[in-house]
Design a binder for this molecule. Structure first.
Ligand code: V47
Ligand code: SF4
Length: 391
């Protein structure tokens, strides 16, 4: 089925023969190749890419846009690694810095308890890699969190944290992940992927888990029954072929395991880090990156725009470029992007605000669980006090 003018795309005289051939493939549900992905970046203008990506998105999900009610816990921002794009971490020697923290176990439980009367369904736990917080500490932490809040989905620990935990505890990834699963961890977030090209990875995050380790940890998680997400850090020193290479490696792993829930491109933000000399990419580049991701990653069901990182208005626009998910209410519980210069200094949206944001873009808001089970369809829900905006 072709809609929203997509059939005209393959007839337009402004579009090259090669792009038309790619559009036809994508519209027929055929997978596009590495070189075709690169060509989309190089030659596709945003109207063309948006129409194609939107067609694919609507075939998968109609005009639904998913969000969840969640909050983050970041146990610490002390980190043994030194990623050049990171604005968030501090070295242990910087103890006392006003922007450094390490939460005690009780502080973490108090955060969980503070949500006791709130209808959140997910807690996202990630942080810096602290040498004293190991596998058994975190396993016990998750067990206690689940005792306080048995119904909550625990999405925790990037592959970077997991690689370090397993290495220090001298267990295989499979053993480590099984221990965490037995203690109540439900899934893995997508962080730490950055950019898979080994040469670039060596330039921006040389000392943390390698590409091969990131992929192996996610493959193992899928094998032991823990689904996961995948991210890509874009808009820094990478070129288009590196973005396609990154997406291609994920597409190949997804063919093998079907364990990824969603793909999340993350725009590099340049404040307060060792890469501040790099200018942030344009909004056009954001739209292109999401659209090409939607077209290229045919075996990923969902494409997420993480609004605290990219901003609310760009998020709304991305709903026409293949995005079907905008993460959650967050509740001012993450510091990763505010410290890197994102507009959202205290990211939090009420359910009403997130629903309004989606409705303003002409879409149907659906509250989901972490694994995309529908919790509530908000398309017909009227809030007592609708926000009014003068246009
Ligand atoms: O891996 C760090 C990124 C990631 C910067 O799975 C930066 O649902 C831009 O992965 N500019 C961690 N990005 C966050 C993450 C995530 C976020 C939301 C949802 C999910 C999910 C996962 O943040 C890191 C890195 O790629 N990051 N610094 C920066 N200056
Ligand atoms: Fe540490 Fe993660 Fe920051 Fe890298 S991105 S320095 S692993 S907190």
């Amino acid at each position: 089925m072709q809609n929203n003018g997509t059939s005209e795309l393959i007839q337009s005289s402004f579009i090259s023969k090669d792009l038309k051939a790619i559009a036809k493939k994508a519209l027929d549900g055929e997978r596009i190749s590495f070189d075709e992905g690169v060509l989309l970046f190089e030659e596709g203008e945003i109207g063309f890419l948006g129409a194609l990506a939107n067609h694919i998105k609507e075939n998968k999900h109609g005009d639904s846009v998913f969000f969840n009610r969640n909050f983050h816990i970041e146990p610490t921002n002390f980190c043994v690694f030194d990623c050049t794009f990171c604005s968030y971490s501090r070295k242990l020697r910087e103890r006392g810095d006003y922007q450094a923290w390490e939460l005690s176990e009780d502080e973490i439980y108090d955060i969980i308890k503070s949500y006791n009367d709130k209808p959140v369904t997910e807690v996202h736990i990630v942080g810096g890699v602290h040498p004293k917080m190991g596998l058994h500490y975190f396993a016990n932490l998750i067990k206690n969190i689940k005792e306080i809040r048995p119904d909550i989905h625990v999405k925790a620990f990037t592959a970077v944290e997991l690689e370090y935990m397993c290495r220090k505890a001298k267990v295989s990834y499979e053993e480590g992940l099984k221990i965490l699963k037995e203690h109540g961890q439900d899934s893995l977030p997508g962080g730490g992927a950055e950019i898979f090209d080994e040469e670039l990875r060596n330039e921006i995050c040389a000392d943390k888990c390698s590409t091969a380790q990131w992929l192996e940890i996610h493959e193992t998680a899928h094998k032991v029954g823990m689904p996961s997400n995948a991210t890509m850090l874009y808009g820094h020193i990478e070129k288009y072929e590196h973005r396609i290479d990154h997406m291609n490696r994920l597409r190949e792993l997804q063919d093998k395991t079907s364990g990824f829930n969603t793909f999340i491109p993350l725009k590099f933000r340049n404040e307060n880090n060792q890469m501040s000399h790099i200018t942030e990419c344009s909004i056009i580049e954001d739209l292109k990156t999401y659209a090409v991701a939607r077209i290229f990653m045919d075996n990923f069901d969902h494409l997420k725009a993480y609004w605290p990182m990219i901003g609310r208005e760009t998020t709304q626009m991305l709903l026409a470029y293949g995005v079907d998910d905008i993460d959650g209410t967050i509740d001012d519980s993450t510091k990763i992007y505010s410290m890197a210069g994102a507009e959202e200094q205290t990211p939090a949206m009420t359910t009403q605000e997130i629903v309004t944001l989606i409705k303003e873009a002409g879409r149907h808001p659906i509250e989901r669980g972490t694994l995309y089970d529908t919790i509530q369809d908000y398309s017909e829900v009227e809030f007592e006090e609708e926000r009014v905006r003068a246009y």
